[in-house]
Design a protein around this ligand. Structure first.
Ligand code: ASP
Length: 329
């Protein structure tokens, strides 16, 4: 065999091996909020509805990634499905603020390009996660808020709905109860419900997204961690993709999602060690309740929370799938 033929075969083999390595692996993780989620706080049939919905979302994510879709597309699609489901505190089913209104926040980040988009305090966009994506892809900005975000979303052809679309009796009752309490945070700890998704696709690209109605009884105009890149959402192909849920003020002050990525990047921590360090040690010592889902560039996943439970699940290439609600399963 001539030298050039030898080199040609080597190149083909190298490309083939590279493609195979990238094509084999994908993983997707979702959360539907963390909080005081215990078997005694959740009726069995309600728990079953959460499990069924989480599985449906994972099946959707799996079908996208398995067919060669991107992690970014999978994250958006999975979050949209949860936004459309009244079980979660995002899109339809969002909690009410102190004025009895739904104000929603969402963000996405693409680990390949480092680009990100977010919307905050929006009240009429049916799927805030898609608005966040549009901000990233179609504007020169990272975050748009309130009216401006809504005008922009409408200009991009996104669905705009009347504010009462987001109303659910369950969240309204939570609001009425919270109004009676001096410290409404007590109730908030029982009911998070923010949604998030992180994914690694067959091409080795990571993406993260988070969407929320925020916290019941929040002040008008309050913005949580979910739309803040680095706090509630972060993705970097060199480290990991993270989506957070919990008491947002703590997540903002501790730049939680970025901190996890930074621990991996600068200190060489594993994904699990990094999420434990931030959620179980740092945040917990401050009384910051909540958790994160994360996936790293090798497809390792973490679902770490310091609350009694977190609605969560994952799916990996080959069909391995699991959903869980409480801390002990
Ligand atoms: N992190 C969200 C916020 O503070 C709430 C949640 O995750 O339930 O707005």
């Amino acid at each position: 065999m001539k030298l050039y033929q030898h080199i040609f075969i080597c190149i083909i083999l190298l490309i083939g091996t590279g493609l195979y390595a990238q094509n084999g692996k994908y993983a997707l993780v979702i959360h539907g909020g963390a909080g005081n989620i215990r078997p005694e706080n959740l009726q069995a049939e309600v728990a079953t509805s959460y499990e069924a919905k989480l599985k449906e979302v994972l099946r959707l994510g799996d079908s996208i990634l398995c067919a060669g879709g991107t992690s970014f597309d999978a994250v958006e699609a999975c979050i949209r499905m949860m936004e459309d489901c009244p079980l979660f505190n995002a899109g339809k089913g969002a909690v009410f603020n102190a004025e009895g209104k739904n104000e929603m926040d969402a963000s996405v980040m693409d680990g390949k390009t480092g680009l990100a988009g977010a919307v905050a305090g929006v009240t009429t966009i049916k799927n805030p996660i898609s608005a966040a994506r549009s901000v990233m892809e179609k504007s020169q900005h990272v975050m748009l808020s309130g009216k401006g975000a809504e005008i922009f979303a409408a200009s991009q052809g996104l669905e705009i709905v009347a504010q009462d679309y987001f109303f659910t009796r369950e969240r309204w009752n939570d609001y009425l109860k919270a109004r009676q309490k001096a410290d409404s945070l007590e109730l908030i700890d029982k009911k998070h419900g923010t949604v998030g998704c992180v994914a690694l696709d067959k091409y080795g690209n990571l993406a993260a997204g988070t969407s929320t109605g925020g916290m019941t009884m929040k002040k008008y105009g309050r913005i949580g961690d979910s739309p803040i890149i680095g706090a509630g959402t972060y993705a970097d192909n060199n480290t990991c993709a993270v989506s957070a849920t919990g008491h947002g003020e703590f997540f903002i002050r501790n730049v939680v999602a970025y901190d996890i990525s930074a621990l991996m990047k600068y200190k060489g921590l594993s994904l699990l060690d990094a999420t434990n360090e931030v959620i179980m040690k740092k945040l917990k010592s401050q009384g910051g309740n909540g958790g994160v889902i994360a996936v790293d560039k090798n497809g390792n996943i973490a679902m770490t929370f310091n609350t009694a439970g977190m609605f969560r699940g994952y799916v990996k290439a080959g069909g391995e799938m699991k959903v869980a609600l409480f801390s002990d399963n």
